[in-house]
Design a protein. Structure first.
Length: 544
């Protein structure tokens, strides 16, 4: 590839690295695992939807070709803009300016072409190979992607980029209607057949009628489920703890969001996690879920494909789990706990996993990096996007929070002392004791101040600074007060017989990074405990 192509490919990588999502994740997979993913229709559809418009055109052009010469693709990029001069306004500006505009437009077209090819190469959809026979370079499409996508394009039941998909029910209806037609044809035979009359009548099985659910119900359900997860993080979801599967509890622990001893305690990473957008939070947990799939005897590839499939399903429609693989069926309960899907319950409130409903959380996982699903709102604690904060902080360290959300109240309780609780208001106080308790749990002063700023009431946002200096400075001072002393396991060395021996030992301790403190007056030094064996050998060999 040319140097510009390498730059374009690097920009694709850098763009994906800056946003951690499912597409950047599959790029980091080994080639064999990515090829295995391309054997699945839903993965191919999701990746195709993610591509730029020009990249999609190149896919369709190469799809039914064994190979295509690189120079043939290069012909698509014009060298002059004589046929595109209509795009430029010739009535205004000098001839020199028009030439500059043409050059700028030509570069824009060239960059779009290079970026499209770089994107396809990055996703291993195509590769550039050199043919010794023809003495030129060819673009060859990934055979796994090509075979799957050919079937997809040839199929009449799949749309490449559908606005909604209800294919499970559509296929089921087609199968049922064809079966009914067949039954109708056979029933028109000899109705007086003696054998058929003697046969016992089979009990007709009740056909399951697909149900639709209100998308707003699914939105509220996923919000409630996800808030339960966040409440569990802050250690206040005692009543819901039993409703979580062990896999989800272990997932939160493996993600280092909580530490469990006698009770659940949030970690530094866990508090930072709470400040992120909901879709970022969900993906962080799902990524950990994928990384630990092997330990649960699950296929990472099948889970990824199921996530891609959920992105195409219609919110509010019911889908059968009959066609899912064993791995995909096994994740249904865990995904239900995370609010990614909704599993209906029977009259005894037991979960039924024969049918499932995707929620807006599922839809948001596979949308483009720059966009998000319209009906998805952030369930988290950050109001940065909406601007609807609820916290007022006064210079006397008193906090007023206009909320009745159990999650927001639980988070505030991590670093304030609640004084009054009203139906729509909680009044509390920031104290040295509450801040020290928060610091002891791994929460930093920066995170506390960030939380207060992100969720500040609109009235507070009009002020500069948003949080009064007296409050923010004091919180930072309380943190410094706690961190001024550091505990280190150490060993004391004394009873040296000469100053020279002591000085030599001090120099050696410095050289190996062991010295913590020394005094020639007291003929003593203190070193790190993990360097004790080295120090002991040196003292034995070099002192008298």
């Amino acid at each position: 590839m040319s140097s510009l192509s390498r730059e374009a490919q690097r920009s694709i990588y850098e763009g994906l690295e800056s946003t951690d999502n499912i597409f950047s994740y599959i790029l980091a997979l080994p080639p064999s695992e990515l090829d295995a993913l391309y054997d699945h229709t839903w993965t191919c559809k999701a990746v195709f939807r993610f591509l730029s418009d020009i990249a999609k055109q190149y896919v369709m052009r190469m799809l039914f070709c064994a190979e295509i010469p690189r120079k043939q693709i290069q012909l698509d990029v014009p060298k002059k803009l004589t046929n595109l001069s209509g795009y430029l306004d010739s009535s205004t500006g000098s001839k020199k300016n028009q030439e500059q505009d043409q050059k700028a437009l030509l570069k824009q077209i060239q960059d779009a072409h290079e970026n499209a090819l770089a994107q396809l190469i990055t996703y291993r959809i195509i590769s550039l190979v050199y043919s010794e026979t023809h003495k030129e370079e060819f673009f060859v499409m990934n055979s796994h992607f090509q075979q799957t996508f050919r079937k997809l394009v040839s199929s009449t039941t799949h749309n490449l980029v559908p606005t909604s998909s209800h294919s499970h029910h559509h296929h089921r209806k087609n199968r049922e209607s064809s079966k009914e037609n067949t039954d109708h044809i056979t029933d028109e035979g000899d109705h007086n057949d003696a054998e058929s009359e003697l046969e016992p009548k089979k009990k007709k099985r009740k056909k399951h009628k697909p149900k639709d659910l209100d998308p707003e119900f699914l939105q509220e359900y996923s919000k409630r489920k996800w808030e339960n997860v966040l409440l569990y993080l802050v250690g206040t979801a005692v009543e819901t703890e039993q409703s979580f599967s062990e896999n989800v509890k272990e997932l939160l622990k493996c993600s280092q969001l909580i530490k469990r001893s006698q009770s659940v305690k949030i970690t530094n990473e866990g508090f930072q996690f709470l400040l992120q957008e909901t879709k970022v939070q969900v993906w962080k947990l799902l990524k950990q879920y994928l990384e630990t799939a092997h330990g649960r005897n699950q296929s990472k590839t099948e889970i990824l494909n199921f996530i891609f499939e959920l992105g195409f399903l219609e919110i509010g429609k019911e889908y059968s789990s009959k066609d899912l693989t064993p791995t995909q069926k096994s994740v249904l309960v865990d995904f239900n706990d995370l609010g990614i899907i909704y599993l209906p319950r029977d009259k005894k409130t037991r979960i039924k996993d024969k049918y499932y409903f995707p929620t807006p959380l599922a839809k948001n996982l596979t949308v483009s990096v720059s966009t998000s699903y319209d009906s998805v709102t952030s369930f988290g604690v950050s109001n940065k996007e909406t601007g609807s904060g609820y916290i007022i902080v006064e210079t006397n360290y008193r906090v007023y929070a206009y909320t009745n959300s159990p999650l927001q109240i639980a988070l505030l309780s991590l670093f304030i002392f609640p004084e009054y609780r009203l139906p729509n208001l909680i009044v509390g106080l920031i104290t040295r004791a509450t801040i020290r308790e928060a610091l002891k749990n791994g929460i930093t002063a920066h995170q506390i101040l960030q939380f207060l700023r992100l969720n500040a009431h609109p009235i507070m946002r009009q002020k500069k600074p948003v949080i009064p200096d007296t409050v923010s400075d004091q919180i930072i001072l309380w943190e410094k007060e706690r961190n001024r002393l550091k505990k280190t396991q150490s060993v004391v060395y004394d009873k040296f017989t000469s100053i020279k021996d002591l000085e030599n030992t001090i120099e050696y301790a410095k050289s190996i990074g062991a010295l913590l403190w020394s005094s020639t007056e007291q003929m003593m030094l203190i070193c790190r405990r993990d360097k004790h064996e080295l120090m002991k050998r040196f003292i034995s060999a070099h002192t008298h």
